[in-house]
Design a protein around this ligand. Structure first.
Ligand SMILES: CC(C)(COP(=O)(O)OP(=O)(O)OC[C@H]1O[C@@H](n2cnc3c(N)ncnc32)[C@H](O)[C@@H]1OP(=O)(O)O)[C@@H](O)C(=O)NCCC(=O)NCCS
Length: 269
């Protein structure tokens, strides 16, 4: 008969420290050794989780955007007059380093995709637009509707994403292209231009409007959504442009109808 372990006396050994792992969700682990409080997490991920950044600031100042988020596609030396005036001659050299950047959001990187989705949440609220039209660029399926492919580009100034555009690659055989009259916003019947890209959303934070940022985002989207194809401006179509979107579209890629002299905007339905 084996001795019962209850009756056995064991000598107390040195107390072993154990490491606990707290999993918030896949890919984010906080290691908490007993002796020291130490956190290991992807830079920026925890802040994103606990909401250190302020959601309330997004409409005016954009969203916090970490340097390593996004694939760089273009840079601009866009030091504004205000910033230049603030800088003394001693620190003038800093201007050279304060480049604005346009970055492609990589769907394979969950943290930056989540940050861009959060930005889109705010954009869609501002536009009273559906909140479930991100899967074509994010790869995150939100509804049964499986959209085509596409991309999102953010405009980053210092450490904030102050503008975003999401662009859909359109199925050419679906004949979704239409012309819209800028005067009256009606669609021209029976004409279906073959448009290649659909501008799903475009947005710039309130304090950065009127500086050509939306136009730069549109150009980046035109060049880098399908980098192996040359896309004409008119081949980028709009989806129900807002009032300011219509003004932007009129300036960016409207065309004049020769016979009537009317201005037309490429749209998709
Ligand atoms: C529409 C929006 C993206 C424009 O962003 P922006 O960075 O201010 O636009 P840009 O400075 O690049 O404008 C380029 C041109 O478009 C025209 N334009 C853009 N917005 C305009 C506005 N509100 N009023 C008049 N013209 C405007 C101008 O001709 C401008 O060129 P100019 O300044 O040399 O005359 C921005 O106002 C916004 O985010 N609005 C809320 C979201 C929205 O409505 N998005 C459109 C959905 S379709």
């Amino acid at each position: 008969m084996l001795p019962s372990s209850r009756g056995m006396q064991t000598k107390p050994g040195p107390k072993r420290l154990r490491q606990s792992r707290f999993t918030v969700f896949q890919g984010s682990k906080l290691k908490v050794p007993r002796s020291k409080f130490h956190m290991a997490h992807e830079h920026g991920e925890l802040e994103s989780l606990v909401g250190v950044h302020s959601f309330a600031q997004i409409p005016t100042r954009g969203r916090k955007w970490w340097k390593h988020w996004g694939q760089l596609v273009e840079t601009f030396c866009a030091a504004s007059e205000a910033r230049e005036n603030r800088l003394t001659s001693k620190s003038q050299s800093r201007i050279a380093y304060e480049l604005d950047e346009i970055k492609e959001v990589r769907r394979s990187k969950s943290t930056e995709t989540r940050a861009a989705l959060e930005l889109m949440e705010c954009v869609n609220t501002a536009l009273s637009a559906p909140h479930d039209e991100n899967s074509f660029w994010s790869g995150v399926s939100e509804s049964e509707y499986e959209a085509s492919t596409g991309k999102a580009f953010v405009y980053v100034r210092r450490d904030r994403a102050i503008g975003i555009v999401t662009v859909e690659c359109l199925n050419l055989s679906a004949k979704r292209g239409r012309w819209m009259l800028t005067n009256g916003c009606t669609l021209v019947p029976n004409v279906c231009p073959v448009v290649k890209l659909g501008i799903s959303r475009i947005w710039v934070c309130q304090t950065a409007r009127g500086q050509g940022i939306a136009a730069k985002l549109l150009e980046a989207a035109r060049k880098f959504t399908l980098p192996d194809q040359k896309i004409a401006k008119w081949e980028m179509a709009w989806s129900q442009p807002s009032e300011s979107g219509l003004k932007l579209a009129t300036k960016y890629n409207s065309v004049r109808h020769e016979k009537s002299g009317q201005m037309l905007i490429p749209c998709y339905i």
